[in-house]
Design a protein around this ligand. Structure first.
Ligand code: SF4
Length: 482
């Protein structure tokens, strides 16, 4: 098919200057890009550059903002530190030292990813696995910890930096299988990254095939988190092992498992190319369901019309809109964030534009430390304006489905910036959350079965940090998260 074949060529910080479209940039602008990309990961492939970005609209083009470093991604006090070194041509070692310091100010692993979510097996932490919610286990294959391009707002940005201790990954399928055998409360496995579809099909098969064993029949669904449909649809169409990948998908289906491709799609343009459409057609032909999700991000998709168009085109193409997330409290969140109140307006505005078939996306949703919290609306209760919030997932399963209120605050952009209502000093779940943390801190989880065993997984320093900070702390340290 015309337009569906292309050689994968990628650019990183080292060869940024070789991107023809950047040749017109002033030296000062290129230096700014180099400075930001010394701290935050940068990687873009030729397909994204040539077919997705509208260069006439750059730097305001949404796909440009999605992948190219922008000066505002570093705080005013951070940027000059690296920019000065870039201008002086300082040695990489010195640049890396300063970059690393800045990274550590950026709430490297939000929502307890490195600590609260990492489970144990036989007393050993399993670093390539996360188990936050009872039903769902996340697996991070070591070879899948990069992407075909990097998103500027990525909440897993730390995985792509050179700091080994900022990453989490594991390649132990055997450990995963043993863990899943021991955890029959888990029914769904999410293979994620980075993007696991950067792996060859042969490698992916080594991870997936053992999961189809009858001893793991409680794992009813396998999800693959990926942005390949957007960044490299050729993965499903013309890569040398594209057909093998589709065969693998068919085998998962033939084994009676639900297979969901959890596609990260930020903007409707990502689904407009001939090759993206062909990729969708081929994936759907295997019996896999494509569900879509993305955060709402300033300058990329922060308006209702973009989301309305996105959901409409997805329904037309046979995709299922699944989540509109809130940008997580990590990395350059200060630059990309959209306050909860505004995100809700964007969601509602888009919701009104689509038919019932497009109203399957839940949002705006925060994947926060205590759980996945939906901003369900704004209401006036007993004379007070409040956010109506609801747990879609919770560290304690009994929280799921519970509605609660927070004081309306037009500026708040994350759960820890919200305050309880009606004279309460804390939210209903905080006492139990403290208990969970305490049990884990005391090692109770290692000695007796937990309410659900996946909770047996924490290091004390993360647990002891209060998850909710006061407003004044937030104002004093705008860029520092936790
Ligand atoms: S595709 Fe996902 S994991 Fe990869 S850079 Fe984008 S947000 Fe991060």
């Amino acid at each position: 098919m015309k337009g569906t074949e292309r050689r994968y060529r990628v650019f990183t910080r080292e060869d940024m200057g070789a991107i023809p479209q950047l040749e017109k940039l002033a030296k000062a602008d290129l230096e700014l890009m180099e400075a930001v990309s010394a701290v935050l990961p940068f990687r873009v492939n030729e397909y994204v550059i040539e077919e997705l970005i509208d260069w006439a609209a750059a730097p305001d083009d949404p796909i440009y903002r999605l992948v190219f470093p922008q000066p505002g991604m570093l705080l005013p006090e951070q940027l000059p530190l690296v920019l000065d070194l870039v201008r002086k041509g300082a040695p990489e070692e010195e640049l890396n030292r300063v970059a690393r310091k800045i990274r550590l100010q950026m709430n490297v692993h939000p929502a307890g990813q490195m600590t609260l979510n990492v489970p144990r097996l036989d007393g050993q932490l399993l670093h390539g696995i996360q188990h936050k919610y009872r039903e769902t286990v996340l697996f991070f294959p070591a070879a899948g910890q990069s992407c075909h391009s990097y998103c500027t707002y990525c909440f897993r940005w730390a995985q792509f930096t050179a700091d080994d201790d900022l990453r989490f990954a594991g390649h132990e399928t055997e450990s995963l299988v043993r863990y899943l055998r021991a955890h029959r409360e888990a029914t769904s496995l999410l293979i994620t990254g980075g993007d696991p579809l950067v792996m060859s099909t042969e490698l992916l098969r080594r991870h997936v095939e053992p999961l189809l064993d009858p001893s793991l029949e409680h794992i009813r669904s396998i999800r693959i988190g990926t942005k390949s449909l957007s960044y490299w649809p050729h993965r499903f169409v013309s890569d040398s092992d594209a057909d093998d990948l589709l065969r693998l998908f068919e085998e998962v289906r033939a084994a009676g498992r639900h297979l969901a491709v959890m596609a990260h799609v930020s903007h409707p343009r990502e689904l407009e190319t001939a090759v993206a459409r062909e990729a969708i057609r081929r994936v759907r032909g295997t019996g896999a369901i494509i569900r879509t999700q993305s955060p709402v991000v300033r300058g990329v998709n922060d308006d209702s019309d973009t989301w309305g168009a996105l959901w409409k085109s997805q329904v037309q193409l046979g995709l299922v809109p699944y989540y509109m997330f809130v940008a997580r409290d990590t990395g350059p969140q200060h630059y990309f964030k959209v306050p909860l109140a505004e995100a809700l307006e964007i969601y509602n505005g888009a919701y009104r534009q689509v038919s019932g078939l497009g109203r399957t996306a839940r949002g705006p949703v925060m994947s926060a430390t205590p759980g996945k919290v939906l901003v369900d609306g704004v209401a006036r209760v007993a004379g007070q304006e409040v956010f109506v919030l609801k747990f879609l997932q919770g560290r304690d399963p009994s929280w799921v489905g519970r509605t609660f209120f927070a004081r309306y605050d037009p500026e708040a952009a994350w759960l820890d910036e919200l305050q309880p209502t009606f004279g309460r000093t804390e939210f209903f779940f905080e006492a139990r959350f403290r208990e969970i943390k305490k049990e884990l801190e005391e090692g109770v989880e290692d000695r007796k079965p937990s309410p659900w065993p996946g909770l047996a997984a924490v290091r004390a320093e993360e647990i002891l940090r209060p998850w909710r900070r006061s407003k004044s702390q937030i104002q004093q340290t705008p860029g520092e998260r936790h």
